[in-house]
Ligand binder design. Structure first.
Ligand code: NAD
Ligand code: UD1
Length: 337
């Protein structure tokens, strides 16, 4: 029984990761403060895996609570998803973002040191590349931040780098996610944004479910083949499988690993809309409007390093992504909540 501490394990990516960990024979132990999740996700994870993950309601900024949790378990590693992630909110409430995302990471590292554990996988983001000059984006591209959320990830990345330089016993993976989308193929867990979705695919699902009458496409004048923005959409199950590969890697080798988790394929907004319509049979009315401030035209990964080092690559298709997102959305609105 290899126990893995999963902070933010009831959130979108964390819950999928726990399912993948259980399938791979690990025992995930979730720490989550429920600020953006619900304990009903534990029921769904149990339905999928047949096992209910252990859960501690706690905040990663609470060192005392973490010490008590570490005393109850023998963790082999920590996967640290627990963070705030809304770009707009981070501009309005920067201190919350530094407190949660930087302070939370520091407190967690402190508790790990007291417990003698030096293995961590950290959720970073393609946002650390800021406005990259060219695509595809490689790990050695310059980093920058355009908002407090992005800066909180940059700072946390730097802290982890300094830590690994100061103490060669640490094993740390900084995984830079591109655009995680889709849901577990069971349709039992998925992304559940509160209020109006900021991200493309949840918004498309809202339109398909007739909760909104049309999609606003933010910009039709980018220098891309169809004029709409291009991103690297990665199925959340492919993404979490990258974490399992990183865990295996860290078991073999100490040091600091920094890799992109993306597909290496850029998809435009219109391609996403058309694929969703084709595979689900739903109509997605849209209007092309002005660009969203801060958006880049193209952002997609060079995932070569992850393939070379981890032997990992994304293999699910855009059809899978749309079908799984829609299955989750349809089941969630009819049978569960
Ligand atoms: P999410 O909001 O669905 O999940 C985060 C979870 O962490 C939630 O369950 C929340 O309740 C919990 N949490 C937040 N602050 C906490 C704290 N202080 N203590 C304990 N629990 C806390 O987000 P997600 O999409 O699953 O993202 C997971 C991680 O991946 C985050 O670090 C995020 O920044 C990063 N990331 C996400 C994306 C994305 O598009 N979803 C892209 C790049 C990076
Ligand atoms: C967002 C986040 C970014 C995060 C990334 C991955 C913002 C400003 N940025 O960026 O920090 O790392 O997700 O989760 O929130 N689009 C529309 N209409 C919509 C929504 C989106 O046309 O209603 C377009 C966007 O202009 C973009 C594409 O769809 O071209 C994807 O948008 P989105 O899902 O928000 O992802 P990112 O822009 O990559």
């Amino acid at each position: 029984m290899t126990e893995i501490l999963v902070t933010g394990g009831l959130g979108y990516i964390g819950s999928h990761c726990c399912v993948a960990l259980m399938e791979a024979g690990y025992t995930p132990v979730v720490v989550d403060n429920l600020s953006n999740s619900s304990p009903t996700t534990l029921d769904r994870m149990q339905q999928i895996s047949g096992v209910r993950p252990k859960f501690h309601k706690a905040d990663v900024r609470d060192g005392g609570a973490l010490d008590r949790i570490f005393a109850k378990h023998r963790f082999a590693a920590v996967i640290h998803f627990g963070a705030l992630k809304a770009v707009g909110e981070s501009v309005a409430k920067p201190l919350d973002y530094y407190d949660n995302n930087v302070g939370g990471t520091l407190t967690l590292i402190g508790a790990m040191l007291r417990a003698g554990l030096k293995k961590m996988i950290f959720s970073s983001s393609a946002t650390v590349y800021g406005q990259a000059a060219t695509v595809p984006i490689r790990e050695d591209f310059p980093r920058s931040a355009t908002n407090p959320y992005g800066r909180s990830k940059l700072i946390a990345e730097d802290i982890l780098e300094d830590l690994s330089l100061a103490d060669g016993g640490w094993r740390i993976a900084r995984l830079r996610y591109f655009n995680p989308v889709g849901a577990h193929e069971s349709g039992l867990i998925g992304e559940n944004p509160k209020g109006v979705p900021n991200n493309l695919l949840p918004f498309i699902c809202d339109v398909a479910a007739a909760h909104r009458d049309h999609l606003a496409i933010f910009g039709g004048d980018y220098s891309t083949p169809d004029g709409t923005g291009i991103r690297d959409y990665i199925h959340v199950m492919d993404l979490v499988e990258g974490h399992l590969a990183a865990l295996r890697f860290l078991n073999e080798r100490p040091g600091l690993l920094t890799v992109n988790l993306g597909t290496g394929k850029g998809i435009s907004v219109l391609e996403m809309v058309r694929t969703f319509e084709r595979v689900t049979g739903c109509d997605i009315p849209y209007r092309v409007t002005g660009r969203r401030p801060g958006d880049v035209g193209e952002c997609w990964a060079d995932p070569t390093l992850a393939h070379h080092i981890l032997g990992w690559r994304a293999h699910r298709t855009l059809d899978d992504i749309c079908l799984d997102a829609w299955r989750w959305r349809s089941l969630e609105s009819t049978s569960f909540l």
